[in-house]
Design a protein around this ligand. Structure first.
Ligand code: SF4
Length: 566
């Protein structure tokens, strides 16, 4: 789908399209008269065959990998640490294999991204991460949109110590960046959700162990995302991944398929490229799922484009070979044949429980009698070391010492006795993490932004917090709306799938920062790539624009209509 930007003239009296007017009804008479301005745009174990292209045709990144495997650059990292030296350009790329991202020119220092399969983290790990953040970084920890943690800012001299301490508490940062398989995500209540079809934790752990331990999977043509969804209350947003596996139940013995729980597989999702994963037309038994994942990874290693980074994602292998072609290639790596199943097959069970908006926030019963999980909102996923320590204390005192991170940049404390739920919720609120659903605040997601990311055109996290406060005082929503702030086209905050998506851009205004605005994005049952309706809205005008859009929706919607459908 191609999106034609609809540029706004720098004056509120501009000619808007019918759709823009629909969102902005009442805007000109009231809010716009207050001086809204829009900035101008400026701006089966078989090793895969070695990469086919000649050396000269390979991308610069592929050549860097071949000259020295990034894990073998650890010696250089230690030398850099000894002299507290900035990395050489090629080291910047290689160090990402250890999860270290050099933030220059934005800052002289590193960000370290971890690997936390499924977002399952223990209280002692939280305390050690808090201590690392306090001792060796600027003290903040961020939850990412892959239910994971990032810490920053780390001086070169402290990198070996950070890595040692991360590994010392049983966590990893290996392969957390560049051409590797990123943190495996899952539905965050796996094992506890009474609605789930299957607990995916054993599958996530098995695959993560395999990936972390195998050198074969540290040389992909490009990054790779995998998500497992057990079919419960909260989805893993799996269709935004290169591979998304979703549990389904087959209820009748039909087409020769035994009733039971299986996984449907979807391939080629990259929301930054405006593409959701497509159903592959197969179902897989749980015990075969990881074999299929490994086979698909090998197909990617074999056929991914190493001559053009822009075409190197798995999506392009799927487009090139077609879903059937990928199936033929994958079966070459498997000891069994895949079971075909048409998407509209009569025996296909649908998701048994509809995805609710923001359903990770609040208190919910677990399948274990008498226990609940408490989900809290973390404003744009940012925490301090002190807050992290306190979350660990609450998980120990009232839960089982476990915390789950969500792809919505929030967290859940499971295994709380129902009698203590209110105490936990109250403590979390006092700590700055509300557990009441807010139709507005619970749905804010923001990428790192220009405080630490060199690609960012805007201060996404700062702006998201400002908008949260601004809109919360002015708009009363009765249905959840997700607002995603992303600083560049890489779309780490997946703006295309937000009810409202904001893509940072440079504009002529006091701040010089603004956003393109998309609407109508969704995921899961409501999956849809958002359509852009405004271009280059200056940050100074963002609050009034979003306020007008939300009020336009409240005023003009039909009964029961969601913002997504509006
Ligand atoms: Fe950086 Fe762009 Fe990702 Fe935001 S979306 S964190 S700006 S790379």
């Amino acid at each position: 789908m191609s999106i034609e930007p609809l540029a706004l003239a720098p004056s509120p009296s501009a000619d808007f399209t019918g759709e823009q007017k629909r969102y902005l009804e009442g805007f000109f008479a009231g809010i716009a008269a207050g001086g809204v301005s829009f900035g101008d745009l400026s701006a089966a174990p078989v090793a895969a065959a070695p990469a086919g292209p000649a050396l000269d045709d390979l991308t610069k990144e592929e050549r860097i990998k071949r000259e020295l495997h990034p894990f073998d650059a650890i010696e250089q990292l230690v030398m850099d640490a000894r002299w507290n030296a900035k990395p050489e350009p090629e080291s910047v790329f290689r160090y990402k294999w250890n999860g270290l991202f050099w933030l220059n020119p934005v800052k002289d220092g590193y960000m370290c991204r971890l690997r936390i399969p499924g977002g399952i983290v223990k209280s002692y790990q939280l305390r050690e991460l808090a201590a690392i953040a306090r001792d060796l970084t600027t003290g903040y920890i961020q939850i990412t949109t892959r239910n994971n943690f990032q810490i920053r800012l780390i001086e070169p001299k402290n990198c070996p110590e950070v890595l040692r301490r991360i590994q010392g508490c049983g966590l990893h940062s290996k392969g957390a960046g560049a051409d590797n398989i990123r943190n495996i995500t899952m539905n965050p209540c796996a094992g506890y959700d009474p609605h789930e079809l299957i607990d995916v934790r054993p599958l996530v752990h098995e695959l993560a162990t395999l990936i972390i331990a195998s050198k074969e999977f540290y040389d992909l043509p490009r990054k790779f995302n995998i998500a497992y969804d057990g079919g419960g209350l909260i989805s893993a947003v799996e269709d935004t991944n290169d591979i998304g596996a979703s549990a389904v139940r087959i209820t009748e013995n039909s087409e020769g398929i035994e009733p039971g729980v299986y996984f449907r597989i979807a391939l080629g999702g990259v929301t930054g490229h405006q593409t959701f994963a497509s159903d592959w037309g197969v179902i897989v038994k749980p015990e075969q799922l990881n074999d299929v994942m490994v086979a698909l990874l090998r197909v990617f290693i074999q056929f991914g484009d190493r001559t053009n980074r822009k075409k190197a994602r798995f999506k392009y292998v799927v487009e090139d070979k077609g879903l059937d072609g990928v199936l033929v290639e994958a079966e070459k790596f498997l000891k069994f044949k895949l079971t075909r199943l048409a998407p509209d097959a009569a025996c296909q069970a649908k998701r048994e429980f509809s995805q609710q908006g923001h359903s990770h926030v609040g208190t919910y019963p677990q399948k274990q009698e008498g226990l609940v999980y408490v989900g809290a909102s973390v404003p744009v996923g940012q925490l301090t070391a002190r807050q992290l320590d306190r979350i660990a204390d609450l998980a120990d005192s009232y839960g089982s010492g476990e915390v789950r991170l969500t792809v919505w940049q929030n967290f859940i404390i499971p295994n709380v006795k129902a009698a203590y739920a209110a105490t936990v919720a109250k403590s979390l609120k006092k700590l700055g993490f509300p557990t009441e659903q807010s139709n507005l605040k619970s749905g804010f997601v923001a990428c790192t932004g220009n405080k630490y990311c060199k690609f960012a055109a805007s201060d996404t996290k700062g702006h998201a917090i400002a908008m949260m406060e601004y809109l919360d005082k002015r708009v009363k929503l009765d249905k959840p709306v997700n607002i995603h702030f992303t600083g560049c086209a890489h779309s780490c905050a997946q703006h295309f799938m937000g009810d409202i998506g904001l893509l940072g851009t440079k504009v002529k205004s006091v701040s010089g920062e603004g956003y393109h605005i998309t609407v109508g994005g969704g995921f899961g049952e409501n999956r849809k790539i958002g359509r852009q309706i405004f271009s280059g809205v200056a940050f100074e005008s963002l609050g009034t624009t979003l306020e007008a859009m939300l009020n336009g929706y409240l005023k003009n919607r039909t009964e029961g209509e969601t913002f997504h459908a509006f």
